[in-house]
Design a protein around this ligand. Structure first.
Ligand SMILES: *Cc1c(COP(=O)(O)O)cnc(C)c1O
Length: 336
């Protein structure tokens, strides 16, 4: 099956599995798993951060990111459609006791900085203490404009706020912009990113940042039941992903662009593939029901999610040939 539902569906390759089988392990709760320690050192170095923590998921990375900056009664600012606000079960609010303050997202995925400034609360007894500005990159598959990041960081600094990046797909942004990922992450105190999406690892994310913030996150990881033991088996997959699969994201972006052009040429569709888009193509059907398309696609060996727009995600396990097959399938669907 060609699975375009998400880049989370990637399966570990044979050589990744070999690296996992060969991993040296120890009890990570005692800091004694050499493979976890290696992964954390490698991730911190790539991101240009003092320290890193291996966590179970991107959701846990963002939750611990908020925990590292905020206490009960504090506040964090984020996009109204940010993953952390919309798709993480409300954990960053429910578990930290900090209040989210949302700001509408602009078309390019940024938060208008005047709008952000206008919701930062004065330090007085009436208000929550605004502590954190959290951004997401990529967002809806789009890389945030590079010039925006220092401006957002400067605003946060001016008001004494910490900064967190939900960088689940931050390597996609860096590859798209042809820069070292640290040029993006340098603007944030903490950054979380996923090993388990386009990078192809089966499980895991990293939270990295300033040492004292990661130390707090480490304690809260234990509190929420996220401490693990001989988890070097999974960390080995993460190391393999960072060493072998980052540059391959460029192929996913090429495939997304080819898919977008192929679909744009067909009648009956609206395709959204912006200049800053990385590995996703958004597609709306003019006269058809997306559920019918999902069934038709499945019969033709392609997995899609229904929706309006539909999100098609390119990744490690989708080839250039597969992209041609998807366009052909869409042509037949629209003809019937
Ligand atoms: C996938 C994703 C996460 C976290 O996902 P998990 O499924 O918890 O690993 C966080 N933020 C964004 C933007 C994501 O796409």
């Amino acid at each position: 099956m060609i699975d375009l539902r998400s880049d989370t569906v990637t399966r570990p390759s044979l050589s990744m599995r070999e690296a996992m089988a060969a991993a040296e392990v120890g009890d990570d709760m005692y800091g004694e798993d050499p493979t976890v320690n290696h992964l954390q050192d490698l991730a911190a170095e790539m991101m240009g951060k003092e320290a890193a923590l291996f966590v179970a998921s991107g959701t846990q990375g963002n939750l611990l990111g908020v925990f590292s900056h905020c206490e009960r009664g504090d506040e964090f600012i984020l996009g109204a459609r940010a993953h952390t606000f919309w798709n993480e079960g409300g954990g960053a609010t429910v578990l930290t006791g900090a209040q989210p303050q949302t700001v509408p997202l602009e078309d390019d995925g940024t938060l208008d900085l005047d709008a952000v400034e206008s919701v930062i609360k004065p330090r007085d007894i009436h208000h929550t203490r605004t502590k954190l500005l959290a951004l997401e990159n990529t967002i809806g598959g789009q890389a945030l404009p590079l010039k925006y990041l220092p401006r957002a960081a400067e605003l946060a600094r001016r008001y004494g706020l910490g900064t967190h990046l939900d960088g689940a797909r931050v390597f996609n942004a860096a590859i798209k912009q042809e820069i070292n990922v640290s040029e993006i992450t340098q603007h944030f105190d903490t950054v979380s990113f996923c090993l388990s999406k386009g990078l192809g690892a089966p499980v895991g994310s990293i939270l990295c940042g300033k040492r004292e913030l990661i130390k707090r996150a480490h304690r809260w990881r234990k509190t929420i039941g996220g401490a693990m033991r001989q988890v070097g088996l999974l960390a080995a997959a993460g190391i393999y992903a960072l060493e072998n699969n980052v540059s391959k994201l460029a192929e996913d972006h090429r495939n997304a662009s080819v898919l977008a052009s192929g679909l744009t040429a067909l009648q009956g569709l609206e395709i959204n593939y912006s200049k800053s888009q990385t590995n996703m193509v958004f597609m709306s059907l003019r006269n058809h029901d997306s559920h019918k398309l999902v069934d038709f696609a499945r019969e033709n060996g392609i997995l899609l999610h229904a929706g309006n727009p539909m999100r098609l995600v390119l990744h490690l396990d989708v080839s250039a040939r597969d992209v041609n097959h998807v366009v052909t399938m869409m042509e037949s669907f629209l003809a019937c």
